[in-house]
Design a protein around this ligand. Structure first.
Ligand code: AMP
Length: 406
């Protein structure tokens, strides 16, 4: 079925933005990183911003970083301070980092004034101000006072129209950093002109989170492989017994529509043909593999079964384009991670054989790690789960649209 072409948006790349050496550049980054015991537990998002920050530092610019962290709900809350990010940023960028106690006003201006050319200023959590999430223009204007140029590098936040991703573009000439460029390049490659066969693997907990992307993919892929708890809602839609597995009864009709659409589009929609099942969800619980698609009454599906692993791996290895979002089972429990690991291995093998593989963010990237596969063994791991899903739904991300208008 022909797919509507996506609108072409004019965006300026940071390297083409005419940024003058020695200027002060405001960079919106996505440092909403996992923390443990008050320290950064995974610095992937910080490392991913390195190329842009280093590019500007090499031009002797003062780099002013703004970011959000967690959900402080518009109030100052020490639980959500960005201070623990200072030291990892310093190490990764190899430059001194000054901290500004506020992202606007005097505190911000003072921190910026105190930094020298070739140094970094990290300003406190944007979401300490309720105006950020309201996309407030006055607040965006205040933010714009922190620099002469604006660079958007927070891919993971671009599906939201907030002051630092939306309104700010009205007050500053803006460009996209190297990470946003890479994210758009890979997602666009997969969406617009994929080499075939194009295979999508969709897992995770809920159908409701992924309805939009499922519809969009069915217009584009050759095969769609469904695993994780989502699969049980689809199996219920085909009148299979799913025991005590997680099912969203109110989404069964939607699942039926998706199955019908796949059939009409001549897209192969594969559901698990066997499952790993337990009677209670805990490490070490007695587990069995079912003989068929059906799950008996007292049992809970926690992973795809061995036959499904083989069937999915075969499709994945034959693909030339791959998009994967969501684990195939409760992969956080090592006993139930086998299916996810098999998919991760197959995706890395396909990539080695020349396929372009793009992974949605968040849990999918953790799933890759748990499988012992490095991010370099796939083509691209998105840093934004929500943003990459919305892009794959065919939506124009508000943060991209805002920049394309200036
Ligand atoms: P999502 O954020 O939608 O990608 O969902 C990820 C979550 O789905 C992970 O925390 C998994 O543990 C969970 N998940 C995957 N398979 C199952 C399953 N069979 N039953 C319950 N949860 C699952």
């Amino acid at each position: 079925m022909p797919v509507e072409p996506r609108p072409v948006l004019k965006l300026i790349k940071v390297q083409d933005a005419g940024i003058k050496d020695g200027s002060t550049v405001l960079v919106r980054v996505d440092y909403n990183v996992p923390m443990k015991d008050g320290a950064v537990a995974d610095d992937t998002r910080i490392r991913e911003s390195r190329k842009t920050v280093k590019y500007l530092l090499d031009k002797k610019c003062k780099v002013v970083l703004i970011a959000h962290f967690g959900r402080p709900k518009g109030k100052v809350d020490p639980k959500y301070t960005l201070k623990p990010v200072v030291s990892p940023v310093e190490k990764i960028m190899g430059a001194r980092v000054h901290f500004g106690e506020d992202c606007v006003g005097e505190a911000a201006a003072k921190a910026i004034a105190g930094a020298k050319a070739g140094e970094i200023v990290l300003l406190e959590n944007l979401r300490y101000h309720a105006e950020e999430e309201k996309n407030d223009e006055k607040f965006a204007k205040e933010l714009s006072r922190n620099g002469q140029y604006f660079v958007q590098e927070a891919f993971g936040a671009l599906h939201r129209a907030h002051a630092s991703t939306g309104a700010i573009a009205k007050f500053m000439s803006g460009s996209i950093g190297f990470l946003v460029q890479k994210e758009l390049e890979y997602l666009e490659k997969v969406m617009s002109n994929p080499a075939r066969p194009f295979v999508a693997v969709i897992g995770g907990a809920k159908v409701s989170d992924k309805i939009g992307v499922l519809y969009s993919l069915i217009d584009r892929v050759d095969s769609i492989l469904i695993g994780g708890a989502m699969a049980y809602t689809f199996l219920s839609a085909q009148n299979n017994n799913t025991g005590k597995s997680l099912v969203e009864p109110e989404k069964i009709d939607e699942a039926k529509k998706i199955i019908l659409k796949a059939f009409k589009n001549n897209v192969e929609l594969l559901l698990p043909s066997d499952h790993v099942v337990v009677k209670e969800i805990k490490e070490g619980a007695k587990k069995e593999s079912t003989q068929s698609m059906a799950i008996a009454d007292d049992w809970i599906g926690v992973d795809i079964g061995p036959r499904t692993e083989m069937m999915f791996a075969e499709r994945i290895k034959a693909a030339k384009t791959l998009f994967w979002n969501g684990p195939l089972g409760i992969f956080e429990t090592p006993d139930f991670a086998g299916g996810t690991q098999a998919v991760a291995r197959a995706v890395s093998e396909a990539t080695r054989s020349g396929a372009v593989s793009v992974l949605g963010g968040g849990d999918t990237v953790s799933a890759l790690k748990v499988s012992g596969i490095k991010p370099e063994q796939v083509s691209h791991c998105s840093t934004g789960g929500g943003a990459s899903l919305e892009f794959m739904e065919g939506k124009t991300l508000p943060g991209i649209e805002a920049l394309s208008k200036n």
